[in-house]
Write a protein that binds this ligand. Structure first.
Ligand code: TYD
Ligand code: MG
Length: 450
């Protein structure tokens, strides 16, 4: 038996409410609740029970051979490629390069013999062809379908039986049987759910492109991220060429890999030497600038940590952390005051990581501490030095994972010295200064009292 009940669903965030309200109780948007009728299934016991419980040990572990995406950095983030039957959501701001990345990948997969169908709901086939011509040899085998109606998309997919199905974008397709206008939460969710079902039933690797709103969430956000297997976010500064590709959720691999791409006139290209790009604009010999070898996934990256310290007359001096963890900055300032006698309580403190990578690991602690004191004393840290280590509340300098790999990257880029935790093993090409605590690490900067 099936009953229907009326519920109200927020068009902005997907939250549900039992009755109509002028303002969504979840996200606070006014006038966004619409009526949606949902069937509630009353479980009538089926006479034939589908599926069967199996011993865990007899379950196969191979999620199907991965299909390399044809774009090296995309494969890096996907841990090898697209898994058949899986659904990947590629999210990013409009204009960041999602369609370009998708087309490059589909072209490569089609050239490698895969049957690929691109459902272009935003651009005409002519526009897709023009774009493809800019990107390289025309992938003649790639099938393009300009369609926005989901039932038609699925009908075409049934006859074409592609190995890879891509929908650009999920916000532009709509199902006439679902409530709401195209792009609304209910439409996006219903369409995505039907595509997920199709992908699983037909074992098709499926990619959905999703635009991200300015608040940084995918329209129809939480609902979509739950139904897909993989969520990729593609971002970067639209005015700069560098693009970052990350997996925010991945059922078939780790989520900490970073893909680095560069938007060129002929499409997206892998960035072979990321550290060199991040350090390209560095001004040598400037106080408040320290290079730290951080780890993004399995890739070591050298980044420039910058600090600026200025006397302040405000009751609450400013603390700014750009691309760094603000609470970590606060903690390090407290450690500096209590353990090293450097009190910046009457100063505005600005800190950042240049280049656009967000550093969330503690391996950058000691570099930030040195940058702060270097800025405060206006004495630079030597240009050929990298700084690595986590700082504890007692002011002690602790070891971080994969030190050897990080320091090898520093040596490769021409750095000659490193300030590191005491237990660090030798690295060829680098002279190590092993420090037990923050105060010892600060000695190269000279006397701390000004
Ligand atoms: P696009 O892939 O259309 O972005 P999205 O699908 O995320 O909205 O890329 C848009 C931008 O990329 C556009 O401003 C032009 C630029 N671009 C290049 O610089 N080089 C290229 O080869 C291509 C195809 C696009
Ligand atoms: Mg696009």
């Amino acid at each position: 038996m099936t009953r229907t009940r009326v519920r109200h669903c927020c068009e902005a965030c997907g939250a549900e409410a039992p009755k109509w309200l002028g303002r969504c109780p979840d996200c606070g948007t006014w006038g966004s609740l619409v009526e949606a009728v949902a069937p509630t299934a009353r479980a009538a016991t089926p006479s034939v029970v589908p599926g069967a419980a199996v011993p865990l040990a007899s379950v196969g572990t191979d999620p199907g051979a991965r299909r390399p995406s044809g774009v090296g950095e995309l494969d890096r983030v996907l841990a090898g490629g697209f898994v058949p039957g899986s659904v990947t959501l590629l999210g990013g701001e409009p204009g960041i390069g999602k369609s370009t990345l998708l087309l490059q990948s589909l072209a490569a997969m089609a050239a490698a013999g895969a049957r690929c169908l691109l459902v272009s709901a935003e651009e005409s086939p002519e526009q897709v062809r023009l774009r493809a011509e800019r990107l390289g040899p025309l992938p003649g085998e790639l099938l393009v379908l300009a369609e926005t109606s989901l039932p038609y998309v699925l009908a075409h997919a049934e006859t074409i039986a592609p190995d890879v199905l891509a929908v650009d974008s999920i916000q532009m397709v709509a199902d006439p049987d679902s409530p709401g206008v195209p792009g609304s939460v209910s439409q996006v969710r219903d369409c995505a759910q039907r595509l997920v079902r199709y992908a699983k039933e037909r074992d098709v690797a499926t990619v959905l492109v999703g635009h991200v709103t300015k608040e940084g969430t995918l329209a129809g956000p939480r609902v979509l991220e739950h139904v897909v297997d993989t969520v990729l976010s593609f971002d970067g500064d639209r005015h700069h060429a560098l693009r970052f590709l990350r997996a925010r959720k991945h059922r078939f691999g780790p989520t900490d890999e970073l893909g680095l791409l560069e938007m060129r006139a002929d499409g997206l290209a892998s960035v072979p030497d990321a550290s060199a790009i991040f350090l390209a604009d560095r001004r040598e010999g400037s106080a408040g600038s320290v290079v730290a070898p951080v780890l993004e996934g399995t890739r070591p990256l050298l980044v420039e940590v910058q600090a600026l310290v200025a006397a302040s007359s405000a009751a609450m001096p400013r603390r700014a952390a750009q691309a760094l963890d603000a609470s970590r900055l606060a903690m390090l300032l407290a450690v500096l005051a209590r353990r090293a006698g450097v009190d910046l309580g009457m100063h505005d403190v600005y800190s950042s990581v240049a280049g656009g990578v967000r550093v969330q690991e503690t391996g950058v602690d000691l570099a930030l501490v040195l940058a702060l004191v270097s800025a405060h004393l206006d004495r630079p840290v030597a240009d050929d030095t990298v700084v690595l280590g986590e700082v504890g509340l007692g002011g002690e300098v602790r070891q971080v994972p994969h030190t050897a790999r990080r320091l090898a990257e520093a040596a490769r880029l021409g750095f000659r010295r490193a300030i590191v935790p005491t237990s660090t093993a030798d690295v060829s090409g680098l002279t190590l200064t092993r420090v037990p605590d923050v105060t010892t690490a600060l000695t190269p900067l000279g006397p701390l009292a000004q």
